[in-house]
Design a protein around this ligand. Structure first.
Ligand code: SAM
Ligand code: SF4
Length: 465
């Protein structure tokens, strides 16, 4: 493991507790942990309580209007808490990070006076410097796409920090998006596609595994577009990276998310049959089942291409569980287009999914169209799709009852004597069992399926002990 530098107590170290609240995707969850690691080197301890915090960071999401508006309502509450603290002679710095910061920049400072710092997803490694600038009441903003690689600057977490976060961890391998789907803000907030070098990812993964992590999820806005430097001018694909990571002793499970259908290379599909550590669960957003809508979304794939990827995946790994994202009510979506989405969902049979009403985002091409769909129609379509997707999810869970599956145990369960973990298909499972199972994959017989989790029985006598 790399030697870590001693904590450097800076000026900002007089503020001692930081609360980092993350919204939106897994990329934000990962960035939030890196911010906490960075600030811990500056003398800040993490807290989960707002009353306790001298520094609150909202790591924001801009993907839908509701997500962005939620941040302003949260900021309104924080502003009141800050005023109350100021009246007691204490301060609380407020930072807006993430995609709202990137998309709205100085506008955030104008809209909410209580905000001290605005920092984008590509510049949060500069937080210590921004805090120093804001120390005497200055309000600062940094939303540059930094020239330096933030991952090289960010400090590694300590073994204790890794252990506190559990046995499953995210590693960002790819950032940004070049796809420009006509509904989406990501290419504007996260910039162009860029991949981290293989050696950097292996080093980060080994550090996590050394500290007890057993499952790694590689994350990226378009993770399967990954093409990372691999020394001597070579480049590695996601399938090759997964193969390299699978060789790390002690690492039990690998996952990756989120993938785009056009980057679903045959080599990656085949990896599901060849790499035993790669879990049989693929999140592959389709958005719509109508070719006409997919074209106007600029998705660059049709419904048949999507179905054929699913077929190939099932050929490579027959038990693979599919998951997806759907958007209903995209401009111009007719009843027939929506029916095509329902038909695609029926054809695939998803183990889990996320579905959303189309939300017009400023600056994206679809937002300017004059054939926007009525809110009531969007709501009706979303409700119908969600009924179907929920039936599929419940059906998938029910079909695991009676099976024996490997469960990676992650934490104590809600009840005394209970422990909780995940199946290879991302289902939550609870069993009666000893805490010694945490961090291990143990064979479990699934005995019942509830609405959100499964219950099971440990199969191995040794594990029960
Ligand atoms: N890169 C991934 C992909 O291409 O599928 C997903 C990225 S995005 C963070 C996650 C999901 O948010 C998308 O798959 C899409 O379903 C949804 N989304 C993005 N923009 C949206 C919008 N304007 N309205 C509603 N949902 C949206
Ligand atoms: Fe957004 Fe499309 Fe890029 Fe996914 S592929 S991040 S939906 S623009």
């Amino acid at each position: 493991m790399e030697a870590r530098s001693k904590p450097q107590r800076s000026e900002a170290a007089r503020l001692s507790k930081v609360l980092v609240k993350s919204y939106g995707c897994q990329m934000n969850v990962y960035d939030a942990t890196r911010m906490a690691d960075l600030l811990s080197r500056e003398g800040y301890a993490e807290t989960q309580s707002e009353e306790d915090a001298d520094l609150v960071i909202l790591n924001t999401c801009h993907i839908r209007e509701k997500a962005a508006e939620k941040i302003y309502s949260e900021l309104g509450k924080l502003a009141i808490a800050k005023r109350a603290l100021n009246a007691q002679g204490r301060d609380m710095k407020i930072v807006v990070a993430g995609c709202v910061a990137q998309a709205e920049g100085e506008e955030v400072l104008k809209r909410q006076r209580a905000v001290d710092i605005v920092v984008g997803p590509q510049s949060y490694h500069r937080l210590p410097e921004l805090l120093r600038q804001a120390k005497d009441g200055a309000r600062v903003s940094d939303t540059d796409f930094a020239v330096e690689d933030k991952f090289r600057v960010l400090p590694a977490p300590s073994g204790a920090q890794i252990r506190a976060r559990g046995v499953s961890a995210f590693v960002t391998v790819q950032e940004g998006c070049d796809k420009f789907c006509s509904f989406c803000v990501v290419p504007y907030t996260r910039g162009a596609e860029a991949s981290r070098p293989v050696a950097e990812i292996i080093a980060e993964t080994m550090r996590l595994v050394d500290a007890g992590v057993r499952e790694i999820t590689l994350i990226g806005q378009n993770v399967n577009a990954y093409l990372g430097a691999d020394g001597d001018g070579r480049q590695a694909s996601l399938a090759q990276l997964l193969d390299r990571l699978a060789q790390i002793e002690g690492l039990a499970r690998l996952r990756y998310t989120t993938s785009h259908p056009v980057d679903m290379a045959q080599e990656l599909i085949d990896a599901h049959g060849a790499n035993p550590k790669l879990m049989p669960y693929v999140h592959l957003p389709v958005q719509s089942g109508s070719d006409r809508i997919l074209k106007s979304m600029n998705r660059k794939h049709g419904a048949d291409a999507y179905l054929s990827i699913v077929e190939q995946l099932r050929k490579a790994r027959p038990d693979v569980a599919m998951s997806s994202d759907f958007i209903v009510g995209f401009p111009g979506e007719s009843d027939a287009d929506f029916e095509a989405t329902m038909a695609l969902a029926r054809a695939v049979g998803f183990a889990s999914s996320f579905s959303f009403k189309y939300s017009p985002r400023p600056g994206t091409p679809a937002a300017d169209r004059d054939d926007q769909i009525d809110e009531t129609v969007k709501s009706e379509r979303l409700a119908a799709l969600q009924v179907l997707l929920e039936e599929q999810r419940q059906g998938f869970n029910a079909a695991t009852v009676g099976k024996e599956l490997d469960v990676l145990f992650e934490k104590a369960g809600r009840h005394e004597g209970q422990i909780g973990g995940k199946t290879p298909y991302m289902q939550a499972v609870h069993v009666e069992g000893p805490m010694a199972c945490i961090g291990r994959e143990v064979r479990v017989k699934i005995i019942a399926a509830g609405s959100n989790s499964l219950s099971g029985r440990l199969m191995s006598e040794e594990a029960k002990a």
